[in-house]
Design a protein around this ligand. Structure first.
Ligand code: SF4
Length: 838
């Protein structure tokens, strides 16, 4: 994607590429181009660990280039459509249609319209029947691929289960087919021989007149069920220790470490708890070793320990203690996104608290003991209150509680129990110096491959009635509630248990303008309703209770769990009977393990070797050394916003291992100060940065250490040590000088320039903000020579001035080449930086 359209859009860093850790190969040297496509925006996709793992596995292969592509935001989509430009990858800006494989990850049912839209924006036919060997192979993976049927008409194949090994076999098959000159059907036959690969065209689905499925007929007798792929051991699994560090602040802005895969708690609503069995843990030694490398390579200030239930990890306490001891000096925080009541001891919570209090979230899921027995959430109210009391006592002020509404057998009494429980949690914090509780509620969506896959989902009216009941009940106790929009859950439910006939609705919805449905501001339920109506499909039919003998659309996908086990679990749910966790109880024979390669793998290490623990050094308060740096920004870093620029510099300084001084408090940040924000799209030879160190270093070595860690386009031009009393960069600058190169054919009328200079004030109204500002006040000097305009400004950038002088709109002005060429300092702040070119 060329940079020349980036001035027209809201968040250019979504499309820049070139981030630290990204891999751009010479395409002339590869024979297999693989697009890793995420059907949502960059900031969501870049937070997904699975795609990062595949990116590195694939790029480690000689002759294979894996590049990333994300769903464009509507502003970028409009630019692409208006200019007739294809959607491209970030690394080589290669049009999506020129890849051999386009692989989408399916994390959420409401991203399906983005897949169709992305294919469309690349000129790739949406339907597989319209594609041939000249088009990319379109594949999907991820949790929603366990029922890929709503996408069956659009995808060539789906990779079911753990993708780490299967993806390389898939690449080898595509390479072999290309060498043999095979057509698309022959390639698909070849792919169907890989364990875990589902090819929808090799199955024929027929329906009864009542709409239920009559038969799913395999086209080959030896390919009647597709069993998911299992990764035997997480310990030896690939992990990217040089992950990409985005310029922009993404949803999860940290090093993500999967400490375990799988969960055997057996919560009956949880699809992940079934499709990722059995539990496979990484050892604390391996985790620490990988994190050491990843932190050193990225400069991140936070690590996130991921698993379906992190607190269940066998060695959680020694792991946390070891990580805290090791990283506390670097102010690295540890976050545990999924906590289970009762799984964290007070000692573990003390550890987490040491560096930073990240959020404390607990998910009782249901309010009443009876309801929790139905869903097999084996926690008692006592457990919960003990955990919340400990958290409040340790200093957490806010606890978030997650509940589900509409679970099988739920009554109004169960909803009342949610209100009572939340109130008791709040009460558990009495006397601890302040305790607050937020309640988040989502609607239960029955998912394939769970014991509740046959259960009905609430319709919209009933969902709203129960939400109102809850909201009123909680409000009466002065508790806040957030909830998932009922139409979003409704749509999620339709596609989660949908079948191939939904293809026409998806196409229709995309044509009507549906995309980015997971974003509240873009979700258009009325257009979806129109799409269903136009296609004469009743969406509520997909939410009904499924018959015991009914063929389910995903019947031919084998997730590893025996169907009889799921049925027995469903019956036990109705009876309120528990199924204990096979982690510490006998195997309940769910079918996931073969007890040879595929089996539970627990970590047995207890403590990290003491010799490797780095004790934090006390930093004397009086040891502070201040440096002033002059930086240069050009190329893609022109489009990095000020906040993103701050993150880029802080992480670079951490990677450079500079002895940084930090602010105090729960969110320690390096003591940096900056000159005023550079307008997006403007290059600069004169950005000031002050930083404070706790050890004195020669300025040259500070300059070199930081320069080495900056992204392409950024350099440190000079560095001097300055007294602590020196005014901050923004207070030091008298004015900045900008050079504007006018595009060919653009003339600045001399009279207008003279008019401007004669004025003392010039008030203009900002179009979108309904605010009036004086654009003359901060102009110190202005002169034009041919196509070059030099502007000296006390504050702000030159775009509003250009807009007035040239009578252009601001978007046009922003397309000009603008460079900040110097800053002039107040005499008392002047150093030997060489900031001015005067
Ligand atoms: S097969 Fe047994 S041990 Fe393995 S995950 Fe299932 S219940 Fe647990």
């Amino acid at each position: 994607m060329a940079f020349d359209c980036l001035h027209q859009i809201e968040k250019p860093t979504r499309y820049l590429g070139g981030e630290l850790g990204s891999i751009t190969k010479d395409l002339a040297q590869v024979d297999l181009r693989f697009a890793l496509a995420f059907p949502d925006t960059y900031e969501v996709g870049m937070s997904h660990l699975g795609l990062a793992i595949l990116y590195h596995i694939l790029n480690e292969q000689d002759g294979v280039a894996a590049e990333r592509v994300y769903a464009p935001w509507p502003d970028m989509e409009a630019v692409l459509r208006q200019s007739g430009t294809s959607l491209t990858s970030l690394e080589n800006q290669l049009p999506l249609g020129e890849f051999h494989i386009v692989g989408f990850t399916l994390q959420y049912e409401l991203s399906y319209t983005n897949i169709l839209n992305m294919l469309d924006l690349a000129g790739i036919p949406r339907r597989r029947s319209a594609r041939d060997a000249s088009h990319p192979l379109v594949i999907v993976g991820g949790p929603c691929a366990f029922n890929p049927e709503p996408l069956a008409e659009f995808i060539d194949c789906a990779l079911i289960g753990d993708g780490e090994e299967a993806v390389l076999e898939l690449v080898a098959a595509v390479r072999a087919a290309r060498q043999a000159g095979e057509d698309r059907p022959a390639l698909l036959e070849r792919l169907s021989c890989i364990d875990g690969v589902y090819v929808p065209s090799l199955f024929q689905v027929d329906y009864h007149t009542d709409g239920t499925i009559k038969s799913i007929v395999p086209q080959r007798t030896d390919y009647s069920r597709v069993r998911r792929r299992f990764l035997a051991d997480l310990e030896t699994a690939p992990y990217p220790t040089t992950p990409i560090v985005p310029f922009m602040n993404t949803v999860h802005n940290r090093v993500a470490m999967e400490i375990a895969r799988g969960c055997t708690r057996g919560c009956r609503f949880c699809q992940a708890g079934y499709i990722y069995r059995p539990v496979r843990e990484r050892s604390p030694e391996k985790i620490t070793e990988l994190l050491e490398q990843a932190l050193a390579n990225t400069g991140y200030e936070e690590i996130s320990l991921l698993s379906l239930s992190t607190g269940d990890y066998s060695c959680i306490e020694p792991l946390l203690k070891g990580l805290m001891d090791r990283f506390v000096q670097q102010k690295v925080a540890v976050s545990l996104p999924s906590l289970r009541v009762g799984s964290l001891s007070e000692e573990a919570m003390e550890q987490i608290k040491k560096v930073r209090k990240t959020g404390f979230t607990l998910a009782p899921e249901a309010g009443s003991e009876r309801m929790r027995q139905v869903i097999n959430k084996g926690i008692t109210e006592e457990d919960l209150l003990l955990a919340t009391q400990t958290a409040f006592t340790l200093g957490w002020r806010l606890i978030k509680l997650y509940f589900m509404l509409g679970l099988p057998t739920e009554t109004d009494a169960d909803l009342a129990a949610i209100v009572d429980l939340a109130a008791r949690v709040k009460k558990s914090g009495r006397g601890t110096g302040g305790a607050d509780v937020n309640v988040a509620v989502s609607t239960f969506v029955p998912k394939p491959h769970t014991p509740f896959q046959w259960e009905p989902q609430l319709d919209l009216d009933e969902t709203r009635r129960r939400l109102t009941l809850l909201r009123n009940g909680l409000a009466a106790k002065k508790l806040r509630m957030k909830w998932h929009d009922p139409p979003l859950s409704f749509m999620e439910g339709v596609f989660a248990r949908g079948d191939r006939r939904l293809a026409t609705v998806l196409e229709k919805a995309v044509d009507l303008g549906c995309r980015l449905d997971g974003w509240r501001e873009h979700f258009k339920f009325d257009l979806w309703q129109q799409a269903f109506s136009d296609c004469q499909i009743d969406p509520t039919w997909y939410l009904r209770r499924r018959g015991d003998d009914e063929i389910l659309p995903w019947e031919h996908i084998d997730c590893g769990i025996a169907p009889e086990f799921l049925r027995a679990e469903r019956d036990k749910a109705v009876a309120g009977a528990p199924t204990p966790d096979c982690r510490n109880h006998p195997c309940s024979q769910c079918g996931a393990c073969d007890f040879d390669q595929v089996r539970m793998r627990f970590s047995t290490a207890t403590l990290l070797p003491a010799t490797e623990v780095i004790e934090p050094l006390p930093i004397p308060a009086e040891e502070r050394f201040r440096y002033r740096l002059l930086l240069h920004r050009d190329g893609r870093t022109r489009f990095v916003s000020h906040l993103e620029y701050i993150s880029v510099l802080e992480r670079a300084a951490r990677r450079a291992k500079l002895p940084l001084r930090y602010s105090a408090g729960f969110h320690p940040a390096p003591k940096f100060s900056y000159s005023d924000a550079l307008p997006t799209g403007v290059a600069s030879d004169a950005e000031l940065l002050d930083l404070e160190l706790f050890a004195e270093l020669p300025p040259d070595s500070v300059q070199q250490a930081l320069s080495r860690q900056l992204p392409e386009g950024m350099t440190v031009r000079s560095c001097v040590q300055v007294p602590s009393s020196t005014p901050s960069p923004s207070a030091s600058i008298a004015h900045a000088v900008y050079r504007v190169t006018l595009p060919p054919g653009t003339q600045l009328p001399a009279e207008r320039l003279a008019d401007f200079l004669r004025m003392e004030t010039l008030l203009v109204t900002l179009p979108r903000k309904e605010q009036t500002i004086d654009i003359r006040r901060d102009v110190v000097d202005l002169h034009c020579d041919g196509d070059t305009l030099l502007v000296s400004l006390r504050k702000g950038g030159p775009f509003r001035l250009l807009t007035w002088l040239l009578e252009f709109d601001e978007t046009q002005a922003r397309s000009f080449e603008v460079r900040k060429i110097a800053v002039v300092l107040h005499p008392e702040a002047d150093t030997t930086l060489g900031t001015s070119n005067n």
